[in-house]
Design a binder for this molecule. Structure first.
Ligand code: AHG
Ligand code: MN
Ligand code: MN
Length: 323
């Protein structure tokens, strides 16, 4: 089985970017080990703090954030980082070519139940003319990403990675200590009968999503003419991994449950990297009204509605938004 470096070299990825990716993955390997130790390492449960978004921080959110932040800034090729768990961007080397954004631990509510969690990351080019503490460095659309990926801490630790040459899946081999290529060129099936949505929010969704899901639920006797099945892991990283492996539609639509937070998922730390991975695997990713990767951000922590996965199904859902 192939290691990551030769695969990326073959794709013509710059040596500095390969080194940065390997550093991020070394931190993820460390997070994977700590996660696997669970209660034995005292990493479960919450801290007393909250992040800037008013969410209680789990101990693992903080541990993963610190590990990633430290090793990424030490590489010297990164101008600044932006994390879901940091109030502000953190400046790095003024000469650094790259910016890294990350969700250090996605699916925090799964930590204490020994269920799926992961790390999501995205790499953007850094504007040489801007200072490393200038947050506007990060206000680039998802189409500018040079790499994106996630590491899923599941029964096996897996990596999904894209540098714009398709999406590949790797598995952490603890005997060797690195990730090995176990799934070349992920291809999301165009059609699906599987959806992933937090159905408890149904009554708070906007009208097009209500209609779309109502028709899904009517199954074979409804306008869709086929029965659908539902899956919900409550960690985007787990739900998107299933979509990459066997197709499906994953959505976290806009809702009116909390007027201060109409959208749940974060553009920079979750939606953009996942959209890049999904598009590179032949799927699509949209808000229902526009392609997620074309959104020009106005704030590093901004949130967005997400509908992604199998091409035909996401297009069908987008169709309801046009009606
Ligand atoms: P995070 O743990 O980084 O805050 O993200 C959790 C997100 C996402 O991973 C998942 O799809 C969603 O929240 C789960 O939402 P529900 O609580 O509605 O299930
Ligand atoms: Mn998350
Ligand atoms: Mn998180």
């Amino acid at each position: 089985m192939r290691r990551i470096s030769p695969v990326l070299q073959q794709d013509g990825v710059e040596p500095e970017l390969i080194a940065l990716l390997k550093t991020i993955l070394a931190a993820c390997r460390e997070i994977s080990f700590r996660v696997s130790q669970g209660e034995l390492a005292g990493v479960l449960g919450s801290t007393l703090g909250e992040n800037i978004q008013g969410e209680t921080q789990k101990k693992l959110d903080v541990i993963a954030n610190e590990l990633l932040k430290e090793v990424i800034l030490e590489t010297g090729v990164v101008k600044a980082i932006s994390s879901e768990e940091e109030d502000h961007i953190v400046a790095g080397n003024p000469q650094g070519k790259y910016l890294v954004t990350f969700d250090p631990l996605d699916g925090s509510s799964n930590t204490d139940i020994n269920s799926l969690i992961g790390t999501i990351f995205s790499i953007l080019p850094a504007d040489p003319a801007k200072a490393p503490d200038d947050a506007s460095l990060f206000l680039q659309p998802g189409t500018a990403q040079v790499a994106a990926g996630y590491v899923l801490y599941g029964p096996s630790t897996m990596l999904a990675l894209t540098t714009g040459h398709g999406t590949r899946l790797y598995t952490l081999d603890n005997t060797y200590g690195g990730f090995l290529l176990t799934g070349d060129q992920a291809a999301i099936p165009k059609y699906t009968t599987e959806f992933a949505l937090n159905m408890s929010n149904q009554r708070f969704w906007q009208e097009p999503m209500q209609r779309y899901v109502a028709d899904l639920l009517l199954g074979k006797t409804g306008p869709r003419g086929k029965n659908f099945n539902m899956r919900w892991i409550a960690a985007m990283v787990g739900d998107v991994h299933r979509v990459l492996c066997r197709g499906g539609i994953f959505a976290y639509p806009r809702d009116t449950k909390d007027s201060t937070k109409p959208d749940k998922l974060r553009l920079m730390y979750e939606a953009n990297p996942m959209s890049f991975l999904v598009e590179q695997a032949g799927g699509i990713s949209s808000t229902g009204y526009e392609r997620i990767m074309e959104i020009i951000p106005t704030d590093i922590h901004q949130r967005v509605a997400v509908i992604l996965g199998s091409k035909h199904e996401v297009e069908t859902c987008i169709g309801y938004h046009k009606a």
